[in-house]
Design a protein around this ligand. Sequence first.
Ligand SMILES: Nc1ncnc2c1ncn2[C@@H]1O[C@H](COP(=O)(O)OP(=O)(O)OP(=O)(O)O)[C@@H](O)[C@H]1O
Length: 341
Amino acid sequence: MQGSEARSDTESTNPILQLHQFSLRFRGHPEPAVDGLNLSVSAGETLCIVGESGCGKSVSAMALMGLLPQDIIDIPNGQMDFEGHRYDLRSDGLDASTRGDRMAMIFQEPMTSLNPAFRIGDQIAEAVLHHRNCTRTEATESALQMLRRVGIPAPQQRLREYPHQLSGGMRQRVMIAMALINNPSFLIADEPTTALDVTIQAQILDLIRELQSETGMGTLFITHDLGVVAEIATNVAVMYGGQIVESGPVGAVFDDPQHPYTIGLMSSVPRMSGSRDRLITVPGTVPSLADMPQGCRFRTRCPFATDNCAARPALSDVGPDHAVACHYAPLEQQDEVRCAM
Ligand SMILES: Nc1ncnc2c1ncn2[C@@H]1O[C@H](COP(=O)(O)OP(=O)(O)OP(=O)(O)O)[C@@H](O)[C@H]1O
């Protein structure tokens, strides 16, 4: 694996989606919100992007889907290979015929995607009619089958209901049904379980996994919850300040985290050990774009930063498919890092 690429594929499979050197700026902000992102995801695999609030996870996903208005963003660099087509993201985003068809997205809050004024069945059928040459009756029949597939009880009745008549977990299932109705090869899931209680969260994660193994779609799953990553990821990319700081197979990153930020994130996960010690946290917060430091963007929070960190560290291999962007990786004294945080 090239050190600069967070990947979710094995050597033997071809990636469904690859992103090369993608950068994005909000107009009026000289510092990029996303800076030189490389990703690769293969069929049936899940790449989790993880990081604190504000690190650039959602804007990256929205930009890939072509959902950010051009008047607020500038894409100075970036190419995307998807199903044999190369998109130059500077000028050529995902087209409307591919969005919602071959590539689909689900969001944290289903009510941002579901229209409260329309019946569930009509909304799902509309997603079919937009992309397929079929009758409304056929589209409604597909909607019914899809509601069954995502485990909605009494689907015939639910078709005629409005979003407010469903629980949060059911609405999330409807969103998944709507996203998968056209059988996409690639799904972007942006914190789809964050607003749900843990039992419903587990059901939704199971559902996504099950549908993924049935359809073989590749998934980019965005979350700040490392428990969710452990459940669902094939590979993980840790983002900080719009850059990937560590990436690799989930086992390698979880068993042997190498970036001080990853180690900090993992140390701050509460454990069921019964210990009453205070939780370890990563000190400080992600700087705003206006205050983003040059070089290593984590250096203002890193206990090990030195003058060397004024230069941007490259994402370099520290193990098979495992890459880290830190001048001091591989870290030999991980316990020291944990203690220093
Ligand atoms: N419309 C906007 N104008 C200017 N800056 C923005 C805008 N939207 C997001 N940003 C900035 O872009 C950066 C990345 O935000 P983004 O929402 O992608 O973070 P995130 O990692 O997804 O966070 P969260 O987990 O809270 O959704 C942040 O610094 C944020 O303040």
